[in-house]
Design a protein around this ligand. Structure first.
Ligand SMILES: [Ca+2]
Ligand SMILES: [Ca+2]
Length: 262
């Protein structure tokens, strides 16, 4: 797969007539990561611990469109596929009855420094229906499970660090890159949220969150990274081009490709 990808790039660079085809599949802002492509792709999937009900988080082709939409926003930003996500808001016997899903990686980010996160974001396919179900803030999240290593709460060794994206600037088509370090808000679950003040009731900017976590002593570390949704509103859409520092994770029907951001 990687060899084929490399060939496509060479064609794109050398033959103008074919460039449009190749570049539409592989934007010029990223190239395949020689080391990361094979190393990381097998470690992505539904994180079962964090999944409630029978939601969908499936690597799929498209979505293309919606109908009548043309140009770059009518196709996934990388390759031809994406991560499709579907959750229901009232389908379990639990309280709340809503579903939840996290699609992520429990291996490749383990032990990495939270304070080393400098580039985070994704592209989303948001629909008008989703905003009807839950308002413009009804969006999927980026989540890092972390050890916050807070001096004021040394016994707290687990928290989820969650990005609440801004409203998608467009619906029924692919969004531009949504930057989680400069837009939207972040919070920490559990006692880490209480201790830092960055909790779901009073979320913080990314800068404020990092400042709160940079409290001396042992530094916060990452357990897992994921894209997820829930538990809140009904949502059906897709995500592609998950950015975490130097890598862009290209969700495709047949796996997750790691691209290196240029
Ligand atoms: Ca893709
Ligand atoms: Ca600390």
């Amino acid at each position: 797969m990687e060899a084929l990808f490399g060939v496509k790039r060479k064609i794109a660079l050398g033959v103008t007539a074919l460039a449009a085809i190749a570049v539409s599949a592989v934007p010029g802002s990223a190239t395949p990561s020689a080391a990361g492509n094979q190393a990381g792709s097998d470690h992505w999937g539904v994180i079962t611990r964090n999944t409630i009900g029978s939601p969908v988080a499936a690597l799929r082709n498209g979505p293309f469109g919606s109908f009548g939409v043309t140009g770059p926003s009518a196709r996934p930003p990388y390759g031809t596929g994406s991560l499709g996500i579907e959750v229901a808001d009232n389908s379990t016997s639990l309280t709340p009855p809503s579903e939840k899903v996290d699609f992520g990686n429990e291996v490749d980010f383990y032990g990495n420094p939270v304070l080393g996160l400098n580039k985070v974001g994704f592209h989303v396919f948001q629909t008008g229906e989703n905003t009807s179900h839950g308002g413009p803030g009804n969006m999927p999240n980026i989540k890092f499970e972390i050890n916050p290593n807070l001096t004021a709460a040394p016994a707290t060794t687990y928290s989820s660090m969650v990005w609440l994206p801004p409203a998608a600037p467009v619906t029924d088509r692919w969004s531009p890159y949504l930057d989680a370090t400069t837009t939207g808000q972040w919070f920490l679950t559990g006692n880490a949220g209480t201790t830092t003040g960055c909790n779901q009731s009073t979320p913080c900017t990314f800068t404020q969150l990092k400042t709160a976590l940079n409290d001396g002593g042992p530094a916060p570390t990452i357990y897992t990274a994921a894209v997820g949704k829930g538990r809140d509103n009904l949502w059906a859409g897709a995500v592609d081009g998950l950015r975490i520092n130097q890598n862009i994770y290209d969700f495709e029907a047949h796996g997750v490709r790691t691209l290196r951001a240029n």
